[in-house]
Design a protein around this ligand. Sequence first.
Ligand code: HAM
Length: 410
Amino acid sequence: MSDLQPPDIRLWQHIESIGRSLLERYGFDEIRTPILERTDLFIRSLGDATDVVQKEMYRFDDRGGRDITLRPEGTAGVMRVIVGGGPDLAGAKFYYLGPMFRAERPQAGRKRQFHQIGAEAIGEPNPAADVECIALQLHLLNSWGLQGYEVQVNSLGDAEDRAAVQEGLRNELRPLLGELCPVCRDRFESNVLRILDCKNESCREIVAGLPPISGMMSESSRSYLAEVTDLLGHLGIEARLATDLVRGFDYYAHTVWEITHHELGAQDSLCGGGRYRFDFGAKSVQGVGFAMGLERVIMALEATGGIPPDLQRRVQVYIITQDPAALRENLVLAQTLRMRGFNCEIELRPRNIKKQLRTASRLGAEWVVIRGERELNEGTFELKNMSVGIQETLEMPEMIEKLTSALSLS
Ligand code: HAM
């Protein structure tokens, strides 16, 4: 888990603010769910045989003896809201942004607290909605300045296909069971789809020889996937059909995808998403969504030189107090300038004027206002343009006018 602090935090804020405005352009509203949820929600939503539920949840009893978990992902909490919210939320489109927690072994690109920007669009299966969701992610990546990613799509078939796909895979794998790694031998019964994305070399070889799972699905699921790939092509989106892509949660049905980046190394997934169906007792929710890992987006940006150079906090005006008696009035001046929209800083323990000037240039201040006792008595200000070094004596209205036109505020 890392602290995020200046100057790096500027890049986070930049990415988040572009993200928010773009998500709103696509019709999503922000939702903030609690970081802690009842453990039961994740077990039921993600699936009790998944790696996250089995090994990675920060799970504990609170003081009231309730079994709670730090959210490992954002979709389950949003679904809890949708199910509890009634018919008004039938077509809801929500986005979220915040920390997630998984007790995985840390490595490059894998944190125990990491941050996602994610979105969920509720609605019946519709290939156009899935494709719009993928297009949105690419729009986000492009707006952040990232190039060189790859989109992979697959289908898991709908919920009704699930048993046939699992059975088909088991039939293929049964004769090869002894050659699978011990983990996959366990997965054979509990979570056979996960064998498809085992990283073990010998399992990978076996998986490469399997027929694609789409052949085990119904005709309607196959044509759903064909419609998705056709629409992606229609929008000019290059996507590779990855027949071994399965994703790590049980809630997925139909389309799934991942966007990877070659600069990320072993943990190369930037974003993951797909269509899903949640069943909470008699109620069920369907939709499509995705989440992007912000640490990984930033790593990929750093590796490809896509970070905008000018993310420094802008100090437009720095107020220098020439003698302590002027401080009271300069405090008023600082507030006046801030109220008018200028980013303004002031030295609150004014001593040596040279030191104050050095601070102003260290902060990159664009203008400096100097005021001491003489200026106070005369009702004037010394205004210095730090880039050209020119200094002039002005009264308040001219000074404000000059700053306003120079700093393009109105
Ligand atoms: P996920 O694939 O588990 O999907 O996570 C999405 C992204 O979060 C990954 O592609 C990766 O960038 C980032 N991520 C995951 N684990 C870590 C980690 N330990 N450290 C750093 N980054 C990480 C989900 O979470 C689904 N809820 C996505 C979704 C939304 N599907 C439908 N709706």
